[in-house]
Design a protein around this ligand. Structure first.
Ligand SMILES: NC(=O)c1ccc[n+]([C@@H]2O[C@H](COP(=O)([O-])OP(=O)(O)OC[C@H]3O[C@@H](n4cnc5c(N)ncnc54)[C@H](OP(=O)(O)O)[C@@H]3O)[C@@H](O)[C@H]2O)c1
Length: 325
């Protein structure tokens, strides 16, 4: 008898969106401590396109090794299809969502597929009030926002939190979670996102395409930068002495001036965490945070989804639909 197969996106050579091909591949088996998930939707994240290009923009010292071919994707929402030995937390048929094996990734992630495996501890029950598409938009971005605000920065009520790149995947969860911490939230994004950001709780909005932040911000307690790059330097004089600047992506921030003014740079790499996913699920079910979906593509159209991502200006998340809802 031939081995069971499924359909998945594969990358055989590093390159542009066109290298994402839809193919038959072997059906994975859950290892001990893992479950097999029938994926209903898979969320896109920047590491998916970094992997597609062979992490070409990362310094070679921190470049993860990838064996070709591989299936990208680490955010999934679906239903437990099989339970590996030793798993007591989940049963076949349970609706689950999670960030799977991050940052280890196990050669690319394997989320853009009809089925994928996950350590049972990386998952939480899918919020009942979300579709699988909305749920697949949550894991990496919301966990990043949660870990920055609840593990790394911990802003106190009444402090000012400025979020650069506020409308994107991570940014729109940062806005909502910073409001939950009772911060005053100032969102920086391009003008098209103003109504969206006010709707999800931003107290103030700065359109970076028309306003120079250096003219309107001062004495900021916490600045969280999801954009990064050399433009980061301009934020240092805007943060109060003893405040924080948190690079979500690699950014440059006059380190000497920051140190002189006791500005610290709390940050970290997001990691899979089923317990924190569960906290997020409760907040979503309680109507405390909502999910922005920029656009949806079917699994075979993963290349089109990556083309959309390359255009930038994402509002919320891009998601692949694997099972039609
Ligand atoms: N540390 C970690 O563990 C971690 C975890 C997740 C992601 N990341 C990194 O964080 C970054 C953001 O990820 P994401 O998923 O949120 O990306 P995303 O969904 O593409 O969002 C980026 C947002 O930035 C905005 N933007 C672009 N240029 C800007 C500028 N000059 N000033 C202000 N806003 C600008 C874009 O829209 P507009 O230009 O229209 O406003 C977009 O909404 C990525 O580089 C990713 O690799 C790091």
């Amino acid at each position: 008898m031939s081995a069971p197969t499924m359909r998945a996106i594969q990358v055989h050579a590093f390159g542009g969106p066109e290298v994402l091909t839809y193919e038959r591949v072997p059906l994975p088996e859950p290892a001990p401590g893992e479950v097999l998930i029938r994926v209903h939707a898979a969320g896109l994240n920047p590491p998916d396109w970094y992997a597609r290009t062979g992490f070409a923009t990362l310094p070679s010292t921190i470049r993860p090794e990838l064996r070709l071919p591989f299936t990208p994707g680490s955010d999934v929402s679906g239903v437990v299809a099989k339970v590996g030995s030793g798993v007591t937390q989940w049963r076949v048929g349970d609706p689950v969502f999670g960030l799977v094996r991050f940052p280890q990734l196990n050669n690319g992630g394997k989320g853009y597929a009809e089925y994928t495996t996950s350590p049972s501890a990386h998952l939480a029950r899918k919020p009942a009030n979300l579709s699988h598409i909305q749920a697949a938009a949550v894991p990496m971005s919301a966990l990043t926002a949660y870990q920055f605000l609840f593990d790394h920065i911990k802003p106190l009520p009444g402090t000012t939190v400025v979020i650069n790149g506020a409308a994107g995947g991570v940014g729109h969860f940062l806005v909502q979670l910073a409001k939950l911490r009772q911060a005053r939230v100032i969102a920086i994004a391009s003008g098209r996102h103003e109504a969206f950001l006010h709707k999800i709780g931003a107290d103030e909005f700065i359109d970076y395409t028309t306003t120079d932040v250096q003219h309107v911000l001062r004495d900021v307690d916490h600045l969280i930068d999801t954009v990064g790059g050399p433009q980061g330097h301009r934020f240092v004089p805007l943060v109060r002495t003893g405040g924080t600047i948190s690079p979500v992506f690699f950014g440059e921030y006059h380190r000497e001036e920051a140190a002189h003014r006791r500005i610290t740079l709390p940050a970290g790499q997001v990691h899979s965490d089923g317990h924190q996913m569960n906290q997020l699920a409760h907040l979503i079910e309680g109507g405390r945070i909502c999910v922005g979906v920029d656009s949806t593509y079917s699994l075979p159209d993963a290349a089109k989804a990556h083309e959309r991502a390359e255009l930038g200006h994402i509002q919320g998340k891009i998601v692949l639909s694997v099972v039609e809802e």
